[in-house]
Design a protein around this ligand. Structure first.
Ligand SMILES: C[S@@+](CC[C@H](N)C(=O)[O-])C[C@H]1O[C@@H](n2cnc3c(N)ncnc32)[C@H](O)[C@@H]1O
Length: 314
């Protein structure tokens, strides 16, 4: 039997000290921010991400009754800006580990009913989360710590082994929620802790989205989009850090056991694609011929590679 040594993949140092732009990571939210974005033109409705998300959430939950909203890892703050425009009675708490991005959020939300906390969400206390009616975590769970293993004899000597607390957390999820981890499989320990924490706090409405290792290209696009549900979190190397795709079924299990109704799917459920000739061509090109085609290809890929969870307290 192969023996494994566990390490913790972390991104906190990068986010606190090195991150000076989100430009390296074109999130779906940012791809739709600019009204002249070509990505908007290949959706059935030409609108910002927040408008799409609000329209979707209101089919599932009485969002007009929400008052206190927590957004974790709000990036440049454009999602919350759109939401506060639609919901003037909401008050927002923006919690982010990155001082740089929190500064961007303050600019985007200047004059709005919002407060700002520079903190690691994983250090948040369950008691402090109970006051929120809604929590939003858009495209950030992959940044949270992941337990990664290497066969013992292949592990470099200078790599710091994962702290016992992280291994104990994995054990807690095995024992409390029956989660199974294959030997050697990366474990999204930060994402698991996040859902556990929010559900324990009883936040009535929770929205999460991230790259998924369980996503699948729709049949009609299977020849063009290489998206397969491996079920094993995949490493994505980015500028200054690496993150992991998320095993959503584990998050779903936790929420269901905690008594939440779970709605799950690809972002394409509410960012509905309009297969214009431009979109079709971009989808079919093996190698994009223009920058715009590359942007559209990347965007369409993300619509299916990203999954969301809407968790509603019963
Ligand atoms: C990829 S960006 C997504 C930004 C934005 N939500 C969007 O969709 O454009 C990840 C965000 O999560 C934040 N973040 C990463 N780790 C965090 C942590 N442990 N606690 C709080 N925020 C974190 C980053 O600083 C950044 O704002």
């Amino acid at each position: 039997m192969t023996e494994y040594t566990y390490f913790l993949n972390r991104t906190d140092h990068y986010h606190i000290h090195d991150l000076k732009t989100l430009g390296w990571e074109l999130t779906v939210c940012n791809a739709l921010w600019n009204p002249s974005s070509p990505c908007r033109k290949i959706l059935k409705t030409d609108a910002a991400f927040g408008v799409h998300l609000d329209g979707f959430l209101r089919t599932l939950f009485p969002v007009d009754a929400v008052r206190r909203v927590l957004e974790v890892g709000g990036g440049t703050g454009v999602l919350m800006r759109d939401l506060l425009n639609i919901h003037p009675l909401w008050s927002a708490t923006m919690l982010d580990i990155s001082p740089y991005l929190l500064g961007r959020q303050k600019e985007s939300l200047a004059g709005s009913n919002a407060e700002f906390l520079c903190a690691d969400f994983l250090a948040a206390e369950t008691d402090d989360l109970q006051k929120f009616d809604c929590a939003l975590l858009n495209e950030n769970l992959g940044d949270f710590p992941t337990l990664v293993s290497l066969p013992k004899d292949a592990a470099p000597e200078d790599l710091e082994a994962a702290p016992a607390s992280a291994l104990n957390q994995a054990e807690y999820f095995r024992a409390s929620y029956g989660l199974q981890f294959l030997p050697g499989e990366p474990i999204n320990i930060g994402a698991l802790m996040t859902v556990d924490k929010l559900c324990r706090a009883g936040v009535p409405l929770i929205y999460l989205s991230e790259h998924s290792c369980e996503a699948r290209a729709p049949e009609a696009f299977a020849a063009y989009l290489k998206i397969f549900p491996t079920g094993i979190p995949e490493r994505i190397s980015l500028k200054g850090h690496a993150e992991y795709t998320i095993k959503f079924s584990h998050l779903q299990n936790i929420a269901q056991i905690r008594g939440y109704q779970v709605i799950r799917g690809p972002l394409a459920d509410f960012l509905v694609l309009d297969l214009t000739p431009k979109a079709l061509l971009a989808l079919r090109m093996a190698v994009p011929a223009t920058d715009e085609q590359e942007i559209l290809q990347h965007f369409i890929y993300d619509l299916y590679k990203y999954e969301y969870l809407v968790l509603i307290r019963r």
